[in-house]
Write a protein that binds this ligand. Structure first.
Ligand code: AMP
Length: 114
């Protein structure tokens, strides 16, 4: 737990937020500033800064996050229409919160990338 980490505070109930899903490796909330009709954040329970710190030992955490994203997309009704999964890494990648998170975006036609 990092004392000043907003996602750790949400995980621990110190900042009120609706937890849509919680399991052994991650939890899911709605993004406070949604960039699509559905915009969820899949966040590991462990305070883990960013992708650059990944090791093979994090395989269960990462696979659990993808499974949670897939299940949540189904629950939100966007599994058939499609959705986008995004990790923002570092400052050029647009990462604002230094606690790993996977964005799940859908519910509208997203612009093609590049
Ligand atoms: P990133 O830019 O990839 O670090 O994404 C961080 C995301 O966290 C942004 O899309 C923010 O809108 C979102 N965010 C920040 N604070 C909160 C919060 N209290 N509850 C939900 N989402 C948040």
């Amino acid at each position: 737990m990092a004392n000043d980490c907003i996602f750790c505070k949400i995980r621990d109930g110190k900042i009120p937020s609706e937890i849509l899903h919680r399991d052994d490796v991650c939890f899911v909330i709605r993004d406070i500033a949604p960039k699509a009709t559905v915009h969820l954040l899949v966040i590991p329970n462990e305070h883990f800064l960013e992708l650059t710190g990944l090791t093979p030992g994090h395989a269960d955490m990462i696979s659990g996050m993808f499974l949670a994203a897939k299940e949540m997309a189904k629950r939100e009704g966007i599994d058939k229409s499609g959705y986008r999964l995004v990790f923002n890494q570092g400052s050029d990648g647009g990462q604002e919160v230094p606690h790993l998170h996977l964005h799940v975006l859908g519910g509208r036609k997203l612009a093609a990338m590049g």
